[in-house]
Design a protein around this ligand. Structure first.
Ligand code: NAP
Ligand code: HSE
Length: 436
């Protein structure tokens, strides 16, 4: 059989990795797919950029439309990133009757409903395994492997750059900015790295995971999102002394009456496997009613780990090229007409435990004032850590761990504590989950 011809949009970190993996493993890949897969054309922004890639047999162009309009191309792989021109190109490829593979989580999280509807109408596939958790086949695991379960919750380290930064700060005492620069150099970070460190990238991924886990529409705008830029070495050290690690988690939970969708730094017990996930590695913990907890671990970013997922999607698409579009696995795991209308809970309704750090004047009665504010709101204290003041310093750091309470009550308590004359500056609040 003739090779299946593929057009690449983008030849950067992931595009380059995809070309290398396809070439290196071409025999095994064609034995799996049943046909050879060949990249015949590719578009880049700058034709003059030096590229350490063997480009023989590939027509390189600066015009991405030429790739999506090429009549020979059966599958378009979108690896440009961002919303535009990626959305327009993907929709045009679909209108041209081409299948699409993409690693673009922003595109899927924000325009996925439109893209999948167009693909459904045209009878083509849009595959996006590489969009979440890099090389981990998490989309396939949830959409197919866990299809017999009612998924109760999932939580994961789903941004490699952020985990790399927190790990280097914790294990090597390195500073935030230096580690971020290294993540950029290694090709882990997004074009705009604030997407990584402010939690936006993780929120894109959580939107996708929640849709396929719970059968709800993609609703990125409803995800509560907090980044890691305010996490200090001091918080990492205090958490460590109390038996916890700080991880940047995406959490989605079906409470039965609503869905929680949140991305924020989180203290988790050191004994939890997720606490040992370091560097660029990602991991997703899923609680299903039948399987119980299951954990998926692997590289969350980087050229070849991400290419591993892109190429797996290519093989999947090639295997189903001749199948009836009606009988394919639904893009978002559930049949499009059978989505749930469960609403997303506002963050104020979420119940979680907390780590609080504050700077207080070292004088009698201050601790009593703080504990009274907490007690009046039914906030029960699990642990307190008070440090000695530095020489010549009137203020001491005090750290509280609390039991679970609704975020609304904690917001009120923090406002009252910050208003105490003995408290200097803002209270640092980091949520805490035991994951049990
Ligand atoms: P990248 O290295 O910046 O590569 C982007 C490619 O697209 C480059 O070849 C660039 O051309 C081309 N391009 C950029 N803007 C363009 C435009 N306006 N029109 C046409 N072409 C354009 O990005 P990447 O890291 O490979 O990421 C690609 C996608 O994969 C993104 O959606 C990203 O979120 C996703 N992803 C990345 C990773 C990772 O570890 N990097 C992991 C998972 C998913 P030039 O080469 O000429 O500049
Ligand atoms: N910038 C992303 C990350 C790439 O660091 O996780 C993988 O999606």
């Amino acid at each position: 059989m003739n090779p299946v011809k593929v057009g690449l949009l983008g030849m950067g970190t992931v595009g380059g990795g995809t070309l290398r993996v396809l070439r290196r493993n071409q025999d095994e890949i064609s034995r799996r797919a049943g046909r050879a897969i060949e990249i015949t054309c590719a578009s880049v922004r700058d034709l003059n950029k030096p590229r350490d890639l063997a480009l023989a047999g590939i027509v390189l162009t600066q015009d991405p439309t030429a790739v999506v309009d090429d009549p020979e191309v059966r599958i378009v792989v979108e690896l440009i990133g961002g919303l535009e021109p990626a959305r327009t190109l993907v929709l045009r490829a679909i209108q041209n009757g081409k299948h699409v593979v993409t690693a673009n989580k922003a595109l899927i999280a924000i325009h996925g409903n439109e893209v999948f509807e167009a693909a459904q109408a045209r009878g083509v596939m849009v595959a996006f395994e590489a969009a979440v958790a890099g090389g981990i086949p998490i989309i396939k695991a949830i959409r197919e492997g866990l299809a017999g379960n009612r998924i109760e919750w999932l939580c994961g380290i789903i941004n490699g750059t952020g985990n790399f930064i927190l790990s280097e700060m914790q294990n090597r005492g390195r500073d935030f900015a230096g580690v971020l620069r290294e993540a950029q150099r290694l090709g882990y970070a997004e074009a705009d790295p604030s997407f990584d460190v402010e939690g936006i990238d993780a929120a894109h991924k959580l939107t996708i995971l929640a849709a396929i886990a719970f059968g709800i529409p993609l609703q990125f705008e409803r995800v509560y999102t907090e980044g890691i830029t305010r996490i200090t070495r001091a918080d990492i050290d205090y958490a460590d002394q109390l038996g916890y690690r700080i991880k940047h988690l995406g959490i989605a939970r079906n409470t039965g009456t609503s869905i929680e969708l949140r991305v924020h730094p989180t203290l988790i017990p050191k004994r939890q496997l997720l606490a040992s996930v370091m560097g660029v590695m990602n991991a997703v913990l899923i609680q299903g009613d039948a399987i119980g907890p299951s954990l998926y671990y692997g590289a969350g970013a980087g050229a070849e780990p991400t290419a591993s997922a892109v190429v797996a999607d290519l093989v999947d698409v090639v295997r189903t090229l001749t199948s009836d579009p009606e009988n394919r696995v639904p893009h978002l795991a559930f049949q499009p007409h059978a989505l749930s209308d469960l609403g997303v809970a506002p963050m104020e309704d979420v119940r979680t435990a907390y780590y609080l750090r504050m700077s207080a004047v070292d004088q009698p009665g201050v601790l009593a004032d703080i504990t009274r504010i907490l007690g009046d709101r039914q906030i029960s204290i699990e642990a307190i850590l008070q440090k000695e003041p530095a020489p010549e310093e009137r203020h001491v750091p005090i750290i509280f761990l609390t039991h679970r309470i609704q975020e609304r009550a904690m917001n009120d308590a923090i406002a009252r504590i910050e208003a105490l004359p003995a408290i200097k500056g803002a209270v640092t609040r980091i949520r805490l989950e035991t994951l049990e």
